[in-house]
Design a protein around this ligand. Structure first.
Ligand SMILES: [Zn+2]
Length: 208
């Protein structure tokens, strides 16, 4: 969305949540992509942890623990998360323009997804409907938010029908979203923002 105000400053939730899937919300953490100076919402490791918890990818207790880590490896993990995001962006952007995905992007995503699975372990479940639960192992590694993003990416790419992964129809907006509307006719990242703006634009065109 282009119509964000007061992006500067530490707002509690600077993220764009119209993606309808955490992996697409991740893509959209680089806001205002088509502009020459997009807004980086994953600039720091605490940003990454905040995104992961607000996206429901990690629980609040884990997030609080991660925010208290000494932070030495944080900047590197945040850099890896931004790279991961751009590989995913390139894959969905390719699909959007009906090009095949680059193998190098898929290889990078595969490596991240494999590492994420290695960091999961099974433990006895209680209370839970299943026999066992999955836990992070180790329980508090700085890479957890990165791994959680990788697992969400795997779900998006493998489980979601490709036709549903769409880019906003506004000319100046590169927000991606999962179209779960009836008949899959959603055109905008948000009706309030891009939808309205584009309608006004068309109306102005029509009266000229
Ligand atoms: Zn939009």
């Amino acid at each position: 969305m282009m119509e964000h105000h007061a992006k500067q400053g530490r707002r509690a939730d600077p993220f764009e949540w119209s993606g309808g899937h955490p992996a697409l919300d991740l893509v959209n953490t680089l806001d205002e992509r088509p502009s020459p100076s997009p807004i980086e919402n994953l600039a720091t490791y605490p940003d990454l942890v905040r995104f992961a918890v607000l996206a429901g990818l990690i629980d609040r207790r884990t997030a609080a623990g991660l925010q208290r880590l000494d932070g030495r490896s944080g900047p590197l993990v945040a850099t890896r998360a931004r790279k991961l995001r751009e590989h995913l962006h390139d894959v969905v952007a390719a699909a959007n323009s009906r090009r095949p995905a680059r193998q190098s992007d898929l290889d990078a995503l595969s490596a991240a997804i494999q590492a994420a699975h290695v960091a999961r372990t099974l433990v006895v479940a209680s209370p839970s409907p299943g026999l066992v639960n999955r836990r992070w192992s180790p329980a508090l590694s700085p890479e957890i938010p990165l791994h959680a993003c990788s697992l969400a990416i795997e779900c998006l790419l493998v489980d979601e029908p490709r036709k549903r992964i769409r880019k906003c129809g506004a000319t100046d907006c590169d927000v991606y979203y999962l179209d779960t509307s009836k008949g899959q006719r959603r055109q905008w990242c948000s009706m309030k923002g891009c939808g309205n703006r584009e309608k006004q634009r068309r109306w102005r065109c029509a009266t000229r």
